[in-house]
Design a protein around this ligand. Structure first.
Ligand code: PLP
Length: 493
């Protein structure tokens, strides 16, 4: 008898005969990461761009090291030693969260199995798992059984898709032919809405002035009466209202537009209602669920699990109340998802084709921790934001903008005798110096023409002492920079 042929699979490709290399490669990566993270004491090394540019440029990409371990060690130096660490409690800059370990276990499976949730024959049960999570999210929103949706790469793509569906729904109505209607389409949003709304308008081929800014009340929330008036004005001038975008958790102030009242305006005027809950979606599982009352009246909702559900990037979804509205964007290809397909093909509903099975991360997180724990963690960071806001109000060296709704706090260092103009000059430079120190990272933004520092809290492990230490760092740098300025002024005089 002939001996069976020996297989000699490439040692670097994942297969049943390379599992030793696979397990050692994954084990090495996680061990190296653990080793580095154990030594991390601050969110950043403080390295400057030039220094890192130099290190990255020195690598000769045409001279491979031949060994995963060696490549990992190089990457540890190039990347891990200078990464920005979101789990560090003094990282309080953007909407980045520490990530749930069950989701990291899922990542191991997602990348090696490498399913693509575009067609059934590339994903099978993966498609069903994603669909269950969309149904679950729709249930939390309060949508009925006709709801549908799809996982996306992030809130930006979710907003784009929500507005694409709005455009198609509007054009399917009595808007007239596409070519003459598209330049007349208008989207209503406040200036606090995310910049992906105006980006989307551009991608969708709308006019340069397609996004109509709706007035806000004194706290930065959309004014529903001003919305109604703006819609009626646009109609009177021959424009075609296409969508209203309410933000549930604005990026700077965390404000939640009055969703229920806006829904009533949209319903009475027959306009698509999109809720951008990229940030505020964590409320769906929190004890503050009431802040989203009326969201069940939306036509489409953006949720970013990679913001308030402690998921690694990417994990986001667009969820729609009437699933049939997604069919308008379905495109069929004989080689992929023929019209006659008898199996569920997610690509029919997605802007992407090949698509990661990111849904498994949320699945693992829900099956391990449950929704209540996620909600409690989001509630904890909101509680902490209120607490730190009160401390800032009590501190004579600082000023805060307004009480937070979610987990952001805008403030500035302004000790007695400092003018607002001096503050506006000092704050951005102070933020830079803080960043280069590496011990804490805060964000910055402008509001009402003035520069503010911003805490975005998404780490439930950050204590008040951690946040006080950031305020003290800012105070120290602020005093130092004010001293330098006064010193320079004295020399000049
Ligand atoms: C972050 C954010 C987005 C964009 O989401 P990405 O996941 O970064 O693409 C959209 N809207 C709001 C309100 C956000 O906070």
């Amino acid at each position: 008898m002939e001996a069976p042929l020996e297989r000699s699979d490439s040692p670097h490709l994942f297969s049943g005969s390379t599992l030793d290399g696979y397990t050692s490669g994954v084990w090495h990566a996680s061990a190296l990461l653990a080793d580095r993270v154990k030594a991390v004491r601050q969110p950043y090394s403080g390295a400057g761009v030039a220094e890192l540019q130099d290190q990255v440029d020195t690598v000769d990409l045409d001279q491979p090291l031949g060994d995963t371990g060696a490549a990992l060690h190089e990457v540890a130096r190039l990347y891990l030693d200078n990464a920005i660490w979101f789990h560090e409690p003094t990282y309080v800059a953007h909407l980045n969260c520490p990530v749930a370990i069950p989701a990291l276990s899922a990542e191991v499976l997602i990348s090696a199995v490498n399913s693509s949730v575009d067609t059934w024959d590339q994903s099978s049960a993966g498609t069903l798992i994603e669909r269950r999570l969309i149904d679950w999210t729709a249930g939390r929103i309060g949508f009925g059984p006709g709801a549908d949706g799809i996982f996306t790469s992030g809130g930006t793509q979710s907003n784009l898709q929500g507005l694409l569906l709005a455009r198609e729904e509007t054009l399917a109505g009595p808007a007239g032919d596409r070519a003459t209607a598209i330049p007349k389409l208008r989207i209503f949003a406040t200036t606090e809405s995310h910049f992906s709304v105006s980006k989307s308008a551009g991608i969708l081929g709308l006019a340069a002035d397609a996004v109509v800014g709706v007035a806000t009340d004194g706290t930065g929330r959309m004014d529903p009466e001003a919305l109604a008036a703006a819609i009626d004005d646009v109609r009177r001038d021959g424009g075609i209202p296409m969508a209203v975008v309410a933000t549930a958790g604005t990026t700077d102030l965390g404000r939640i537009d009055p969703v229920d009242a806006i829904a009533a305006v949209c319903e009475s005027r027959g306009i698509w209602f999109h809720v951008d809950a990229a940030y505020g979606c964590g409320l769906l599982v929190s004890r503050r669920r009431n802040l989203l009352d009326g969201i069940e009246r939306a036509d489409s909702v953006t949720v970013d699990f990679h913001k308030s559900y402690f998921q690694p990037v990417s994990s986001s979804a667009i969820v729609v109340r009437r699933g049939e509205t997604m069919r308008r964007i379905a495109v069929h290809a004989d080689y992929l998802n023929p019209r006659t397909a008898a199996v569920p093909n997610q690509v029919d509903k997605s802007l992407q084709t090949t698509r990661r099975f990111d849904a498994l991360k949320l699945w693992m997180t829900l099956r391990t921790m449950g929704a209540e724990q996620i909600g409690a963690m989001f509630d904890a960071v909101i509680d902490r934001a209120h607490e730190v806001y009160l401390e800032i109000c009590d501190d004579p060296d600082f000023e805060a903008v307004a009480a937070p709704t979610l987990s952001t706090v805008l403030f500035r260092y302004r000790p007695a005798g400092t003018t607002v103009a001096e503050c506006d000059d000092l704050m951005p430079r102070l933020r830079q110096r803080l960043f280069h120190g590496g011990r804490a990272i805060v964000a910055g933004t402008t509001l009402g023409g003035h520069y503010w520092l911003k805490f975005t809290l998404l780490n439930p492990n950050a204590t008040m002492d951690d946040l006080r230490s950031v305020l003290d760092l800012i105070r120290g740098i602020g005093a130092e920079m004010t001293g330098e300025r006064d010193g320079a002024a004295a020399v000049m005089a």
